[in-house]
Design a protein around this ligand. Structure first.
Ligand code: ACO
Length: 402
């Protein structure tokens, strides 16, 4: 395939492929997906096994370095990350400049972009120790930045990280804790969030990961590339879908809970009405992540004693869609985002914040792809071609003659 691609490029022909439906932009050894069979593997390990047995930090290590860590490697990795969770005090002041009701995704992206200005010592993409340092800085500081974006939106003071806690526990404490009150991390909540982060950690050449690679292909630094990836994830057709699903479910409830009526609006292709959390460019079968999340949603809501009518609406919606020819013919199944919002809501996160949680989960995948891209001798600057459809040539007209 790679050789054929090179040969075609040398002939001068251009492949017209809007949305890159059939274009391989790179080779990669990180994540394998078989969309027809509903298979997802990180570095060869089935997602089901990782979800059952692993932790988010271990999976991050696996994605970035290619192998599961030994006990010693994992301890070293954890310690390094714990040492870098603090932010420069000047960086904290950035948050003062944003409106209180700003969406946390652009706030997070701006803060990550600003890391390039604070850590100028680790920007060279070809200096391996510095890439390593940027990697650790990102994994350690993005949860702190995300928690501060939340604190800013609710008008509460920022908490310093407590490095005796694990990554997810620390993030939960910085998000929901208050300075004067002790905050006990609920182990069920921490476990649920850790699992969701594992399930989101990578998904090969999706829109945000391709963005990270494209920006990085110009040899832009890791912080700059990740900041762009966060903005690609913001869109409702990508990571923003998790918030959009919850808004859709709330809309159905507000309209009296008539699921069949909503499904009809989707089938009639009413402008702007899609079944959010359904469909996927690659999966033409049940998304394996959605399968795990559906079970988790039930368990977590039960454990937390949350009785959310929106979960019933979601299940009815799924049943209705899966037995309807419109969705069957188009192979539309629930994707990762269909049930996540309900869990995030039960854990206490506001709807606007859901996509930030996706970004926290996807971070190690973006880093792994950027590093693979920068080390690959076959990497060239990303520069797609086009089919020009404008005017052929015309002569300039003076403004008085137009
Ligand atoms: N609801 C209703 N119809 C849909 C949906 C949906 N969610 N998704 C696709 N379709 C229909 C399209 O209208 C089209 O029908 P047509 O052939 O009659 O025109 C057909 O299915 C194919 O859809 P495309 O838009 O061509 O599929 P594409 O691969 O470009 O889009 C996408 C994939 C963006 C994920 C789409 O399914 C979608 O918009 N889903 C809703 C948003 C969503 O959940 N996004 C999260 C994706 S997962 C992730 O990023 C983490």
């Amino acid at each position: 395939g790679i050789e054929l691609g090179k040969l075609l490029a040398s002939t001068g022909y251009i492949t017209y492929d809007p949305g890159f439906v059939n274009t391989g932009s790179t080779s990669s050894a990180i994540t394998y997906i078989d969309g027809d069979a509903g298979i997802l593997r990180y570095r060869g390990y089935p997602i089901e096994q990782l979800a059952e047995n692993s932790s988010f930090l271990e999976v991050s290590y696996l994605l970035i370095y290619g192998e599961l860590p030994t006990q010693e490697q994992l301890e070293d990795f954890t310690q390094k990350i714990n040492r870098h969770t603090l932010l420069h005090e000047d960086l904290k002041r950035f948050f003062d400049g944003f409106p209180r009701d700003a969406h946390p995704m652009p706030v997070l992206s701006s803060a990550v972009s600003a890391l390039s200005t604070f850590y100028q010592d680790s920007l060279n993409p070809f200096d391996e120790p510095n890439v390593e340092l940027s990697t650790v800085r990102l994994l350690a500081k993005v949860p702190t930045l995300a928690a501060y974006a939340y604190k800013k939106s609710v008008g509460q003071p920022f908490l310093y990280p407590d490095n005796s806690l694990g990554l997810v526990e620390n993030f939960l404490r910085m998000t929901f804790g208050l300075p004067a009150e002790p905050y006990e991390v609920d182990p069920d909540i921490a476990k649920a969030l850790d699992l969701l982060f594992i399930l989101h950690a990578d998904h090969e050449q999706n829109c945000s990961t391709s963005t990270v690679r494209l920006v990085g292909s110009s040899e832009a630094n890791l912080f700059a590339s990740i900041s762009a990836g966060i903005m690609a994830l913001f869109g409702p057709l990508h990571g923003g879908a998790n918030s959009a699903v919850l808004e859709m479910l709330q809309g159905i409830k507000a309209d009296g809970g008539d699921v069949a009526q909503f499904v009809n609006r989707v089938k009639n292709k009413e402008q702007g009405v899609r079944l959010m959390g359904f469909g996927h460019r690659v999966y033409k079968n049940y998304d394996p992540r959605a399968k795990i999340i559906k079970t988790t949603a039930d368990q977590i809501l039960n454990k937390l004693g949350v009785n959310d009518h929106l979960l019933d609406i979601a299940k009815t919606l799924e049943e209705t869609a899966l037995s309807d020819d419109y969705f069957v013919e188009r192979k539309l199944y629930p994707n990762v985002d269909f049930y996540t919002g309900l869990i995030y809501r039960a854990l206490g996160f506001p709807t606007k914040f859901f996509t930030v949680l996706f970004a926290l989960g996807r971070l190690p995948g973006w880093i792994a792809h950027w590093r693979e891209m920068i080390q690959d001798p076959a990497t060239k600057i990303g520069r797609p071609r086009q089919i020009y459809t404008g005017e052929k040539q015309r002569d300039y007209l003076a403004i008085s003659e137009r």
